[in-house]
Design a protein around this ligand. Structure first.
Ligand code: GLN
Ligand code: ZN
Length: 768
């Protein structure tokens, strides 16, 4: 009997959170203790059932392995860790006698408990998704510790489906892991490959037993150049891993998927292993040259990472070109579709014309089904669909708002002078004369607690239950109380607290031309956390001032300097779905120009300090080294374009959410902000030596209060952190602030913590 061939049309993965975020709600209900583990399991099973049926109705085959079995309660990397028994030792008590871990234990690894810190969370390739970093050491005892994936395949089989189980592949799993705390110097998780492979082999056998014809092993780490392990070792590990799994006595056919970029030199390596199919990201990567194989090549030609309908005809051309590399070609998404929302049809309020240019997950599945038909029956069979997609694309090119003559003329007229602020020493002198700030100035990052009251008022305003005026009065009273609170505590630079913002990007998207916002366009950011990115579809322009009235009102309440608060161009792009018809740098400059106008208006309204947040400065950093300089260039330039229209005496701040200062010091330097605040409390100022060694000469606020936890830091603790900072950074550069905004905190802990921060600052001021 010949083995079943790879399905002609499939997807690498599908949103798992549910159309109405059902999984989020169920998981959070479980955490809150309001539903049992059994109830959570049954709601998840229901979601999987709905997903399989939905995918079948969209054109994927129910029994030909085209439907991925890719559910996760929290994170696919944590799933892989739990499957192979890689539980950090601090969570050992969660492991049952038979080596397994229950759902509550699984979530505990993700979220921490008591003094046991959760697994570290970090960015998944060049996306806005965050995974949990496995910890591997000599003590890790790999064994098949979870049969969850096996049960899910069995569940599908029982209900008449034949799905394709998906799991993170062994090489990527180890490359994304970090050495556990006790591991010896120089230890790397990849050293454990040979111990891990038998567990994967055992899993493959078990998946075969429950009916899997194919298994998908995700190996995105093979496309990334940001992996610390030398490439030669990565390639050798790839060869060893897939030779070994290929030789497993009982196994499904193996499909190795490599989303997020081209495989480059890893492709011939995989080509020489016994795997049966290889997935290529042909959206980010291009058609490989000089490679031929008898294996099935699965072309990822439908972009899993954005929401555009795209050029279906070009996608089909690419598939046809792929046929010169292999006699067996199939079509899939470039990445899992979990980066996209479910369904454009869930957006009744979106403009119909805009909708005709969009494809969310369900539309992409339908596109793939179309392309699969084309592969099977020839282009003629799908010509109508190809033409319709081309027509939508042509319509998008000429639709009003996509290209705005004024916006384009302004961008075209920019000169180098528009990107530069002039000498820092001169600025510093002018700012000192204008602002009269004390030594070690204290401030916050912008937001104050978003209370239930604020959310309720916003919702009531959106539903029209309270008038615009009542809402504005409500926000003003919020601002007033936040200002009074800061004055009472003794903070030097005052913020308005951002009560008017639902989200730091969406708020600006709602006030700028060229953006649309969705109602149900949720995507998973991590765990149960979802975001609803705005759609940046046209040329960006600012019709009217956005934040000026709020900031001016705030300044009218206090004699202390008020800090205006904006979101920077890179972050606005990184957290939106951005048009794909022009280089990102061009779009960034349009956003920057709108912000530049806002900043000039703030300055004219008497706001002397303006913070432009760029927490996502690194988020879009390309995975391939050759592409990185261009990215760093346009991202930095767009920030400078936004901020360099002001007078020397106006102080520009920026805030970055992470603490790997060393990695981006060059970019931070080039941003040329007068003051930069970063996260530092949780790592106990680990970043300070990097700042010192870099010779960074402008204002710097390493966070002294970890806002990610409700814990109130003591005066002594904060004092210690300030002393560490002062030990290495010249005194006059140092600012005192929390790690990030306070929007997720409650008022009691915020007041207590800020009070301690100010007390610590005063103590240090007296000593120095
Ligand atoms: N100004 C924003 C706030 O305080 C910054 C948030 C962020 O860095 N993510 O909430
Ligand atoms: Zn932050």
């Amino acid at each position: 009997m010949t083995a079943p061939s790879f399905p002609t049309g499939s997807i690498l993965g599908y949103p798992r959170i549910g159309r109405r975020r059902e999984l989020k709600k169920a998981v959070e209900a479980f955490w809150a203790g309001s539903i049992t583990a059994e109830e959570l399991e049954s709601r998840a099973a229901e979601l999987r059932r709905v997903t399989r049926e939905r995918l079948t109705s969209l054109g994927l085959g129910a029994t030909d392995s085209s439907i991925p079995e890719a559910f996760s309660f929290y994170d696919q990397v944590l799933d892989a860790a739990v499957t192979v028994g890689a539980i950090p030792t601090r969570f050992e008590s969660l492991v049952a006698a038979d080596g397994t871990i229950d759902l509550a234990g699984y979530f505990t690894i993700a979220r921490g408990e008591g003094n046991n810190t959760p697994a570290e969370m970090t960015k998944w390739f060049d996306s806005n998704y965050h995974y949990l970093v496995p910890e591997i050491g000599p003590e890790t005892r790999f064994h098949l510790a979870s049969d969850r994936l096996i049960r899910e395949v069995a569940e599908a089989t029982t209900s008449g489906f034949r799905t394709r189980p998906v799991i993170v592949g062994p090489v990527t799993f180890l490359l994304l892991s970090k050495a556990s705390e006790g591991a010896p110097e120089g230890y790397q998780p990849l050293d454990r490959l040979d111990d891990l492979l038998p567990v994967y082999a055992e899993l493959l056998a078990a998946l075969t037993a429950v009916g899997a014809d194919w298994v998908q092993l995700d190996e995105p780490a093979l496309v990334s150049e940001s992996i610390e392990v030398p490439r030669a070792e990565v390639l050798a590990a790839t060869k060893r891993a897939y030779d070994a799994l290929g030789a497993a006595p009982v196994r499904p056919q193996i499909f190795v998927a490599a989303p997020y970029g081209s495989l480059d030199d890893a492709l011939p390596v995989l080509g020489e292993t016994p795997v049966e199919a290889i997935g290529l990201d042909l959206v980010r990567g291009s058609l490989p040259t000089g490679f031929r194989t008898e294996k099935t090549l699965v072309g990822g030609v439908v972009d899993g990472h954005n929401i555009w309908r795209g050029d279906l005809s070009a996608a089909f051309d690419t598939l046809e070109a792929l046929r010169s590399l292999s006699p067996s070609v199939a079509v899939t998404s470039s990445t899992s579709l979990f980066h996209t929302p479910h369904d454009v049809a869930d957006e009744p309020l979106l403009d119909e014309r805009l909708k005709s240019w969009l494809a969310f997950a369900d539309q992409k599945v339908a596109q793939i089904a179309t392309l699969a038909t084309g592969l099977a029956e020839g282009r003629g069979a799908i010509q109508g669909e190809l033409d319709a997609a081309s027509a939508a694309l042509a319509d998008r090119r000429v639709a009003p708002g996509v290209r705005d003559g004024d916006v384009r003329a302004r961008a075209a007229a920019l000169t180098e002078a528009d990107f530069a602020r002039g000498d820092y020493a001169e600025r510093l002198a002018a700012q000192e004369a204008a602002l009269h700030l004390p030594f070690l100035p204290t401030t916050t990052i912008g937001s104050f607690p978003q209370t239930g009251g604020i959310r309720k008022a916003r919702a009531a305003n959106a539903r029209g239950e309270i008038s615009e005026n009542e809402y504005i009065e409500f926000l003003k009273s919020e601002i007033k109380s936040v200002v009074e609170l800061q004055e009472r505590i003794g903070i030097d630079v005052i913020v308005h607290g951002e009560p008017e913002r639902n989200d730091m990007v969406q708020y600006f998207a709602e006030h700028l031309d060229g953006f649309a916002v969705t109602q149900n366009g949720w995507v998973q950011s991590y765990g149960s956390r979802c975001t609803r990115p705005s759609i940046l579809w046209g040329d960006v322009a600012r019709e009217a001032p956005i934040t000026v009235e709020w900031s001016a009102y705030t300044q009218s309440l206090t004699d202390k300097p008020v800090k205006g608060m904006l979101t920077g161009p890179v972050t606005i792009l990184a957290w939106s779905f951005v048009r794909d018809d022009q280089p990102l740098g061009e779009t960034a400059n349009q956003v920057a120009l709108a912000l530049r106008d806002e900043i000039e208006d703030l300055e004219a309204a008497g706001i002397g300090i303006i913070q432009v947040d760029e927490p996502a400065l690194r988020e879009l950093l390309p995975l391939k080294k050759a592409d990185q300089p261009a990215y760093l260039d346009w991202s930095v330039r767009s920030f400078r374009l936004a901020t360099s229209g002001v007078a020397p005496k106006t102080q520009i701040h920026t805030h970055l959410c992470y603490s790997e200062f060393g990695v981006v010091i060059d970019a931070i330097n080039k941003l040329d902000a007068d003051v930069t605040s970063i996260e530092a409390a949780r790592s106990k100022m680990e970043v300070v030596p990097d700042i010192q060694h870099s010779g960074f000469a402008r204002g710097i606020g390493p966070g002294v209060y970890d806002i990610h936890s409700p814990r109130v830091p003591s005066v002594e603790e904060v004092t210690d952190l300030i002393e560490i900072a002062l030990g290495s950074i010249p005194e006059r550069q140092v600012w005192i602030n929390p790690d990030c905004g306070l929007k997720t905190r409650g008022y009691d802990e915020t007041v207590a913590s800020l009070t301690n921060v100010v007390a610590a600052t005063r103590a240090v001021r007296e000593r120095v």
